[in-house]
Design a protein around this ligand. Structure first.
Ligand code: ARG
Length: 464
């Protein structure tokens, strides 16, 4: 019974069924099979280069591993829970294919560095996909912004009407967030792409390994510096999930706005039918379920982050089995991040903006009150006094049930605002946006510059 296990030499009895079920990881870490096979092939070739294996032995191992991969991908492979994890399932089958030489693969290696190689390669591959998806979303945002440079809507603070902005400026704000997410992922990748292969169990080995050459072959940027650190830390998982959490936070905020905008009381957007659902009882309903789910799924990704942070906080050096619990949260978070980014880009490309509804909304909330104050400052009034006078005009207009531009010159003057006929031109919402000439503001020139910079970033990224 016990010698069924690859580690069973010193055991007389087998593990109980419940323990096997409790400890196995192959039901989820089978997902690492590609990386596990690549890591083993790089290890075998490195062993041959270092004279630990003959090149025939290494070749036979690599060919056998190719066959294992084919079997897995064709569905012929039989995963066995009693073989615990992806590593031992693959090694056992390899030995079945190539015979006793299969037992040489694990020379100078431990599952501790092996699982690190697999997971780091896997996380790096997924982060690469996040980057692609983020760049795709930024490109859609740039396109939608370019189409909507002339579209105005109320910009809010505290979710209350504040100042008019262009829809382009609003969308470009999200483009900035997702571009930062992209940069964060790239930065995180620098630390993910460090190979632990050659650290062995915790202290290195007695074989003359060459970790750097194996690392290079696997596409890592570098090999580990300290064997104990190499098999111990999962900070790269934390960092990746932190980047993923911020991606979801940004998506979730956007979803929140889209949900509001789809509400007929705003009416700023029409959601494509393909991205909405109906109600089983209320025939008129068109619900923004996709946005709601994305907002909700954000919690899963935060949960994964907090889970891994908690997982590692009390671990003594070096490898501890607790670390096996790092995989499922990452797999789940990764699937959520990828699906969310993809669906947001597709949905955003098809959302119909309703400029008339946005224009109508401009009329409520005195979004030109700052313009009136700035106008008075232009005529020499100290800003605090101008703020007060403009506020008095707002109060008057509110009591009359009209807008600022509907007040007569006399009414404004009486409220303390020293105005002349030219005031009406600056009270226009479009003028308010056009006069915003400060760098990074909502003015047309600034928006054009932002768009240009973004497009440059997109094209540079495509070349890279
Ligand atoms: N399934 C294990 C994990 O994910 C692989 C490493 C096991 N190492 C060990 N010494 N038991 O962490």
């Amino acid at each position: 019974m016990a010698d069924k296990k690859l580690w069973g030499g010193r055991f007389k009895e087998g593990t109980s069924a419940s323990v096997e079920a409790y400890t196995e990881s192959v039901s989820f870490d089978w997902r690492l099979y590609r990386e596990d096979i690549a890591g083993s092939q790089a290890h075998a070739r490195m062993l041959a280069r270092q004279g630990v294996l003959t090149s025939e032995e290494a070749e036979s191992l690599c060919r056998g591993l190719d066959q294992v991969r084919d079997e897995i991908e064709s569905g012929a492979f039989q995963w066995k829970a009693e073989l615990e994890d992806v590593h031992m399932n693959i090694e056992a089958r390899l030995t079945g294919i190539v015979g006793p030489v299969g037992g040489k693969l694990h020379t100078g290696r431990s599952r501790n560095d092996q699982v690190g190689v697999d997971f780091r390669l896997h996380v790096a591959r997924r982060l690469g996909e996040w980057s692609e998806l983020l760049a795709g979303l930024v490109a859609v945002l740039a396109n939608r912004a370019a189409e909507n440079q002339e579209t105005l809507l109320p910009g809010c603070t505290h979710l209350q009407p504040a100042q008019p902005v262009s829809l382009a400026q609003h969308l470009l704000a999200y483009a900035c967030m997702f571009r930062r997410d992209h940069q964060r992922v790239a930065d995180c990748l620098k630390r993910v792409r460090v190979s632990p292969l050659g650290a062995a169990a915790l202290s290195g080995t007695t074989y003359p390994l060459d970790p750097a050459s194996a690392a290079a072959e696997l596409g890592f940027d570098a090999a580990f510096e300290n064997s104990m650190d190499a098999v111990s830390d999962r900070d790269y998982v934390v960092e990746s999930l932190c980047a993923g959490s911020l991606i979801m936070a940004h998506l979730s905020r956007f979803c929140e706005e889209l949900i509001l905008w789809a509400n007929p009381q705003f009416g700023y957007i029409r959601l494509p039918d393909a991205y909405s659902t109906g109600s089983s009882i209320m025939p008129q309903k068109k619900n923004p379920d996709i946005c709601e789910l994305m907002r909700g799924k954000t919690g899963r990704v935060y949960g994964a982050l907090v889970g891994i942070l908690t997982l590692i906080k009390g671990l003594p050096m070096t490898y501890n089995r607790d670390m096996q619990e790092d995989k499922e949260p990452f797999f789940d978070a990764d699937a959520t991040v990828r699906a969310s980014l993809a669906i947001m880009a597709d949905m955003l490309a098809e959302i119909v903006f309703v400029p008339e509804a946005m224009e109508r909304a401009l009329e409520a909330g005195f979004l030109n009150a700052t313009e009136l104050a700035d106008y008075l400052v232009g005529r020499g009034m100290p800003f605090r006094q101008a703020h007060h006078a403009s506020g008095a005009c707002v109060a008057l207009a509110e009591s009359l049930g009209c807008g600022l531009a509907d007040l007569s010159l006399e009414q404004m003057c009486k409220a303390g605002a020293d105005v002349e006929n030219d005031v009406y031109a600056i009270l226009s919402y479009r003028a308010a946006v056009e006069r915003r000439v400060s760098p990074g503001g909502t003015g047309p020139e600034s928006v054009r510059r932002q768009l240009e910079a973004l497009r440059l970033w997109i094209s540079e990224r495509k070349e890279a």
